[in-house]
Design a protein. Structure first.
Ligand SMILES: Nc1ncnc2c1ncn2[C@@H]1O[C@H](COP(=O)(O)OP(=O)(O)O)[C@@H](O)[C@H]1O
Ligand SMILES: [Mg+2]
Length: 258
């Protein structure tokens, strides 16, 4: 599925939520969130630990059912769709728990991810043609994530930063129009952070990227809009400039944004 063939059906947003709520045995992690996330760009969610960011991602991707509320993907209500059904619509997420096969090479990891998508579709290609397509797509993903030169290495021998980039490669292997990245820079060195930020910017044209990130300098530099979560609710939404100037946000962040 290419981003070009799945552009918005005129709604202007990728996701819309209405009264979205998730409780865990009485504790409300996501509290009555009504939000539209516009199509395209890097849409970042920030907020303190425990604010409900990961839970919100889990609700959007179908990893968790909501306790209350509704979710739309473009013009389609997806509240009751399962995670794999949402993935088929083009909603892809990376996991903080890694999906990498450590004993396989970088190339094999990406190839499996590319193949999984092809196998899921009715396929009218001749076998040889198909093998060629898979190899070409695998190599293009390896180039995208900057791991082409490391393609023969065992995945488990990669640096932490390269493993996180491989994980992004596994996500973009299906060419999803919508990507959910939950703290992709966690634990990265400054160099790895820089390379991964470049990568996110390189893969963002023609896609919508939902990002959860703590590094406020990165957030300010690459976000189209920022949504601030606090104790399960939306505190503010705006451009980086608007968020920086927002008094409620400044109070919540104790001047970190100044
Ligand atoms: N599966 C779960 N069971 C119980 N509590 C959970 C579960 N997942 C998250 N929580 C709680 O919900 C709150 C929000 O968590 P989370 O969405 O992970 O926050 P964030 O990603 O913003 O740090 C936290 O207090 C967390 O302990
Ligand atoms: Mg989290």
């Amino acid at each position: 599925m290419s981003a070009a063939t799945t552009t918005a059906a005129g709604t202007g947003y990728v996701f819309k939520t209405e009264g979205l709520t998730r409780r865990f045995s009485g504790f409300t992690a996501v509290n009555n969130v009504t939000l539209e996330i516009p199509e395209g760009g890097v849409r970042t969610i920030i907020g303190p630990n425990g604010a409900g960011k990961t839970t919100f991602f889990n609700l959007l991707s179908g990893m968790l059912p909501p306790s209350e509320g509704r979710i739309w993907f473009r013009d389609r209500e997806i509240t009751s769709l399962l995670a794999y059904q949402r993935a088929r619509l083009g909603i892809a997420r990376s996991f903080q728990i890694t999906n990498i096969f450590g004993h396989l090479s970088v190339y094999e990891n990406v190839r499996l991810a590319v193949q999984a998508v092809h196998d899921g579709k009715a396929n009218f290609f001749m076998p040889e043609r198909r093998m060629g397509d898979l190899a070409e797509k695998t190599e293009s993903v390896l180039h995208d994530v900057g791991l082409y030169d490391a393609r023969d290495a065992n995945a488990e021998n990669l640096s932490h930063g390269d493993q996180r980039r491989l994980e992004i490669g596994l996500v973009i292997a299906s060419d999803p129009p919508v990507l959910l990245l939950d703290e992709p820079l966690a634990g990265m060195s400054p160099t790895e952070t820089h390379e991964t930020v470049d990568l996110i910017q390189r893969i963002s044209p023609g896609r919508t990227i939902l990002l959860v990130e703590h590094d406020i300098d990165v957030v300010m530099a690459i976000s189209t809009t920022i949504t601030v979560f606090q104790t399960g609710s939306v505190l503010a939404v705006g451009t980086p400039q608007e968020i920086r100037a927002n008094e409620a946000v400044q109070r919540a962040y104790l001047g970190e944004l100044a």
